[in-house]
Design a protein. Structure first.
Length: 275
């Protein structure tokens, strides 16, 4: 008497499950898009976001004033922050303990504070408390620079520590002093390593420059966020906000691509040096 043994049915394979999950995700996306197409009031959306007459009224001021001021505010803040960050990084690596304590305290303080509070402090707090009046340009330079320096200092310190010690030993064996070795040998190599994260910090400062809207600005001092907000109130349309956002992308997208290129280029250099 022979008994047939039932073989267990083969379950769905891993590839089949992956394809099924992918198909479900595409189906959900298609349903959402179709629902949006039929449910959305495209006429109202067009009037709110793509008002051609309102868009025309933003030019050329959105470029010649708002975009230009945004670039200037970011540049002065980044330059001041970078110089301060180099000093802080060197202080944090100093053998003198009080220097390390001061640098660490500064970095922890300004990394923990919102940039908004720093803008308020320089724009309103210090003038009220001490009677010191800052120009808008100096306010944005100090506010962006002080906050950005706290982040860039750690990046620079990591870059300095990433430079091979053999480079320092070789420079010292040639009779270079510690300071000259740092300036002519270590820092150039460190900056080559940290260029990508510094570029990302520049992008963040570009967006943080919008906080200057808290200050009383004249029309020729408007940056993109303030310009877009003023035009929004004037025209009761979201089109100026959309244009301001596109102008931010004109700045940030090329910077992001530059950061990616630098990371690929100098990342390869670091890999070869490590070998």
């Amino acid at each position: 008497m022979t008994t047939e043994i039932e073989r267990p049915k083969a379950g769905m394979g891993r590839r089949q499950r992956a394809r099924l999950n992918l198909g479900i995700q595409y189906a959900v996306l298609i349903v959402a898009v179709v629902a949006l197409v039929f449910v959305a009031d495209w006429g109202q959306i067009g009037r709110a976001f793509f008002n051609v007459e309102v868009a025309k009224a933003q030019f050329p001021d959105v470029i010649t004033t708002a975009l230009l001021n945004t670039v200037v505010y970011t540049a002065v803040g980044f330059a001041f922050g970078l110089a301060l960050a180099v000093l802080l990084a060197l202080m944090k690596m100093s053998p003198v303990a009080p220097y390390r304590w001061l640098a660490t305290g500064y970095i922890e303080l300004f990394r923990g504070l919102p940039a908004l509070l720093v803008f308020i402090a320089f724009g309103y707090g210090l003038p009220i408390a001490f009677g010191v009046k800052f120009t808008n340009l100096s306010t944005v330079m100090l506010s962006l620079g002080l906050v950005g320096a706290a982040y860039m200092a750690e990046t620079i310190r990591a870059g300095i520590q990433a430079v091979p010690k053999g480079q320092v030993e070789a420079a010292r064996s040639l009779g270079m002093s510690s300071s000259r070795t740092m300036i002519t040998v270590v820092l150039p190599q460190a900056f080559r390593i940290i260029l990508p994260p510094l570029t990302n910090e520049l992008i963040l400062l570009t967006k943080d420059s919008s906080l200057i809207y808290l200050l009383g600005l004249s029309v020729n001092q408007y940056e993109l966020a303030k310009f877009g907000r003023g035009a929004l109130n004037q025209y009761q349309s979201l089109t100026p906000i959309l244009i301001a956002g596109l102008c931010y992308l004109i700045i940030t997208i090329p910077l992001s691509r530059v950061s990616d290129l630098l990371e690929r280029k100098f990342g390869g250099v670091r890999t070869k040096e490590a070998k």
